[in-house]
Design a protein around this ligand. Structure first.
Ligand SMILES: [Zn+2]
Length: 155
């Protein structure tokens, strides 16, 4: 009886090891896919020959303390994106501007400059209660970052 139980335990452990190896293989594959994706996206951006690129300072080290693995991986990829973008910009002599972490790129209305304090991450469209502007959230943030970059360059 004891032997059988022990055998079962051994067999189960082997299966776990096998599963862990499979999981590791899948994880490596996903990492490769993500890294390739970052390479492709950054190359696409560089190909458009912008005069400057603005990226937000995402306080990656602070976010890395987050206990959720999925988020940590995502943030690690943001850091990777930034690193790759940086060296590609220097290769092509493109100015890379980092927007201050406290710059409210999403909350600021790109039409009138009003700051919407209660903007949630789920709000995909920016509705300005001051000037009535309605604009896609990411487009609004992009315009603000563009303006930010221009003001940095003109100083
Ligand atoms: Zn507005």
């Amino acid at each position: 009886m004891r032997k059988t139980r022990k055998e079962n335990v051994t067999r189960k452990t082997r299966n776990i090891i096998k599963s862990e190896r499979q999981l590791l293989r899948v994880t490596h594959k996903l990492t490769d896919i993500r890294t390739n994706y970052i390479q492709q996206v950054t190359t696409e951006i560089i190909k458009r020959e912008p005069s400057f690129i603005v990226m937000e300072d995402l306080n990656v080290s602070g976010m890395m303390k987050n206990k959720h693995l999925a988020r940590a991986v995502q943030e690690q990829k943001l850091a990777e994106f930034y690193r790759i973008m940086s060296y590609k910009c220097s290769w092509h002599a493109i100015k890379l501007i980092t927007a201050d972490r406290f710059y409210a790129s999403s909350k600021t209305c790109s039409f009138c400059g009003n700051i919407k304090k209660d903007l949630k991450l789920s709000d995909r469209t920016y509705h300005c209660e001051h000037c009535g502007a309605v604009i896609d959230r990411d487009m609004n943030a992009s315009i603000n970052l563009y303006q930010y970059g221009k003001s940095v360059i003109n100083h």
